[in-house]
Design a protein around this ligand. Structure first.
Ligand SMILES: [Zn+2]
Ligand SMILES: [Zn+2]
Length: 245
């Protein structure tokens, strides 16, 4: 886990026990690796690649790390994102907004209902999230182990039913816990840890990992939320944490 914050980075000292970088996760398996979202947590990640970066959507907290991602300049980087990603990212990452562009990055535009393979026998399927400007939720599986990435998604309309079906039986569900339950703002496109626990139970998910914490929640506030969630079986992500599936 490289970035567990939502909306904006929070480098303040009282936010660092959980972490101040925005959304970024690496997933490793035999024969491959993927990066989920390119928030500021992507900065500093190095290696020869080839890289496969899945973008949930193009809000800044999910792409800001591309500006500081050195492998773009000398490695093969595959970027997967919603329709329009190619021209939008090429316009944003580069002059006059930034001195260097996307290098040799290969952009793959995907859409809800589609699926695509990653090296090492992993298949990715895509579901539409409920979020301003849209979001893509991803399910990664090698046929045995399954991870569902569901950030920036509000359980409005039929979203809970669709996501319950999509996440059915997953080993790990990475969840949008942007709001504490008492602070939930309908229409903002986010969820709470309590909703994650309920949906995880309905979908018979092995473990629900909370992340994308709102920038206003300091460590003390997140600790209090984590205690409550922990009693109900939820886990709170911290920058640097790893989970073995
Ligand atoms: Zn976000
Ligand atoms: Zn968003």
């Amino acid at each position: 886990m490289r970035g567990v914050r939502g909306s904006v980075p929070t480098p303040a000292a009282d936010h660092l026990a959980y972490g101040g970088n925005t959304a970024c996760f690496t997933v490793d398996w035999d024969g491959g690796q993927a990066v989920l979202d390119a928030g500021t947590g992507l900065t500093g990640l190095t290696g020869a690649g080839p890289w496969h970066i899945l973008l949930s959507h193009l809000h800044m907290d999910h792409i800001a790390g591309l500006f500081g991602f050195a492998p773009l300049q000398d490695s093969t980087v595959h970027l997967y994102g919603p329709a329009g990603s190619r021209s939008l990212l090429e316009g944003l990452v580069g002059p006059p907004f930034w001195p260097v562009g996307l290098g040799q990055a290969v952009l793959h535009e995907t859409a809800p209902g589609r699926s695509f393979p990653l090296p090492g026998g992993v298949e990715v399927s895509v579901l539409a999230g409920c979020h301003p400007n849209g979001s893509l939720l991803y399910r990664l599986t090698d046929g045995e182990t399954c991870l569902v990435y569901a950030l920036d998604c509000e359980l409005a309309g039929d979203m809970a039913a669709r996501l319950t079906a999509f996440a059915q039986g997953a080993d790990l569900l990475i969840w949008d816990a942007a709001f504490a339950p008492r602070d939930l703002r309908p229409g903002w496109g986010h969820s709470t840890w309590a909703e994650g626990i309920a949906l995880g139970r309905a979908a018979e998910v092995g473990q629900v990992l909370m992340t994308h914490y709102g920038p206003d929640y300091d460590d003390r506030s997140l600790q209090a939320q984590e205690r409550l969630a922990h009693e109900a079986g939820g886990l709170f992500a911290r920058e640097g944490m790893t989970i073995e599936l």
